[in-house]
Design a protein around this ligand. Structure first.
Ligand code: UDP
Length: 455
């Protein structure tokens, strides 16, 4: 019998940011390996390189972002502009595709491209939403309007309540609620609300996560989002994200790791968007230096606000750590985390990084800067107990102590053991009868059913 997926084309519409492009391209590869044909509508901003994916077709749309507007340091503005300026071009592109291809089954869009609900309006094409973060953080976002009603955004005494628990969302504390820290909470709330409402109107919901980690959140998720839902992660167990890296990955980091002892190195990376001021960066440097542990540190140009790259680093730090530290602009992160020399990961708690760390069994030290990072780090520390959260402003003493706990103490060892159990569950989940495989089968069936029902 003909494989029904063979006859189906899926249109993907990613959000053009590193942490969103990676899992969307991975999802494209996963679905392609299931026999689906893949077309990708993408912006000029952070455009993927089509030559790396000859098995997909690419359709460029103008995004209207100038170099200046596209500054990723103003992430809310970029999100707003993309969701406003892409509606017309994406709709036109989709309309053309629908008129020239009779094999299109559905469109899969990033949840943060909430304009996609307007893009598909009256075109008769089912829309599946892909949320690139965890279910727990997505639920927290969905609950924000309730938290707003309860006064978490209007109370002038919020500072004094920072450590209080949020009874509506255990184990979160007031300081973990994402928009509380934003300079413009109203704008952030509006974007989150659009994302949540846009998702509620979809025909299905995909997560890059896995059942064994997030089972306790599922009932709550189905209460809020009554639609077929698919937990088919972790994606990078199917395909690496290296091909969609926007920056060149420095392979010198792997050669350097080859010279280090097993489990001796702390890998430090704060992802593609986070930025810190020079004071915080100095605390990081002295925390690393004082811990006396070997480290591989990704210092992305722009990580330290107002800097080109490393000009702010004290000479003394370079001297003290020259024998046991290695700094790169960007690393092949998945390969780094799977390297035998790596014994821990100090992360900004972006969801891809958390998942990659879990899969490779690296205990985490969690910092957080914005968005879902505060939520992810709370879950890693309090609920899953897979790492240690740095609770307050970065301070060298706390950093040193966390590094020692993770790399040298019993606490790190216990976390490593918990991660090992979880890794085994992930392996089972990816086997033919495992949860992730079953969800993937169900997703393939749903997409094929759209096609058989006819657009
Ligand atoms: N990454 C990488 N090299 C680095 C740092 C990060 O390839 O030096 C990748 C990492 O593997 C992950 C992505 O960039 O897939 C970052 O996504 P995440 O959700 O962790 O954070 P974001 O960058 O979105 O804040």
């Amino acid at each position: 019998m003909e494989n029904p997926s063979k006859a189906c084309r899926i249109i993907l519409f990613p959000l053009p940011l590193q942490g969103h492009i990676n899992p969307m391209i991975q999802l494209a590869n996963i679905l392609h390996s299931r026999g689906f044909t893949i077309s990708i509508i993408h912006t000029q901003f952070h455009s993927p390189d089509p030559s790396k994916y000859p098995h997909f077709t690419f359709h460029l749309i103008p995004d209207g972002l100038s170099e200046d507007q596209a500054s990723i340091h103003e992430i809310l503005r970029v999100l707003h502009l993309l969701n406003t300026d892409c509606i017309g071009p994406a709709r036109e592109c989709l309309r053309k595709l629908l008129s020239t291809h009779d094999d299109i089954a559905c469109i899969i869009t990033d949840a943060m491209m909430y304009c996609s609900k307007d893009v598909v309006e009256n075109l008769g094409i089912p829309r599946i939403v892909f949320r690139t973060s965890s279910i727990c953080s997505f639920l927290a976002f969905a609950t924000l309007p309730l938290l707003q009603e309860k006064g978490y955004y209007s109370n002038n005494n919020l500072d004094s309540r920072r450590e209080d628990p949020v009874p509506e969302l255990p184990p979160l504390r007031v300081k973990d609620i994402p928009s509380v820290q934003r300079p413009d909470p109203k704008h952030a709330l509006k974007i989150i609300r659009n994302m949540v409402e846009g998702t509620k109107m979809a025909s299905g919901l995909i997560f890059n996560t896995f059942q064994d980690l997030e089972e306790p959140n599922l009932a709550n998720l189905y209460d809020h989002f009554r639609m077929p839902t698919f937990l088919i992660g972790p994606f990078h167990k199917f395909f690496s994200a290296a091909s969609s890296s926007l920056l060149t990955q420095d392979r010198g980091s792997i050669s350097w790791l080859d010279t280090q002892k097993p489990h001796s190195v702390l890998y430090v990376s704060f992802g593609s968007l986070a930025a810190m001021d020079e004071n915080s960066a100095r605390e990081v440097t002295w925390g690393l230096a004082n811990s006396k542990q070997p480290f591989l540190w990704v210092v992305r140009p722009g990580l330290v606000q107002g800097s080109e790259w490393l000009e702010w680093l004290p000479n003394e730090f370079m001297e003290v750590t020259s024998q046991r530290g290695y700094i790169v602009k960007w690393a092949p992160q998945q390969e780094v985390l799977s390297h035998p020399a790596v014994g821990g990961f100090w992360t900004h708690s972006g969801w891809n990084s958390v998942l990659e760390s879990i899969c490779e069994g690296a205990p985490m030290i969690c910092s957080s800067f914005f968005g879902d990072q505060t939520l992810n780090s709370r879950y890693v520390n309090d609920a899953w107990k897979l790492g240690i959260k740095l609770e307050n402003e970065l301070k060298r003493e706390e950093i040193e102590s966390a590094i020692r706990k993770i790399m040298l103490d019993r606490e790190g060892q216990e976390i490593r053991e918990r991660l090992l159990c979880l890794k085994e569950k992930i392996d089972v989940s990816l086997k033919t009868d495992g949860f992730s495989s079953q969800y993937l089968n169900a997703l393939s069936d749903l997409i094929s059913s759209f096609r058989s029902a006819g657009l």
